[in-house]
Design a protein around this ligand. Structure first.
Ligand SMILES: [Zn+2]
Length: 50
């Protein structure tokens, strides 16, 4: 299952693999900004589950 996450800096949406990034840091593929992704969907920047 993939997640769609929103970069807080540039606002781009991108797919990510939850097994690798839950409770970890993701680097935005567009601007290089690093942000946390949480297992809780309310705290995370997950836009939706795919
Ligand atoms: Zn970005």
């Amino acid at each position: 299952m993939m997640l769609i996450v929103l970069c807080p800096k540039c606002g781009h949406q991108q797919k990510t693999n939850p097994q690798k990034v839950i409770s970890a840091v993701k680097t935005c593929v567009y601007c290089g900004h690093r942000f946390k992704i949480h297992s809780s969907i309310k705290k995370s920047r997950v836009v939706k589950r795919v």
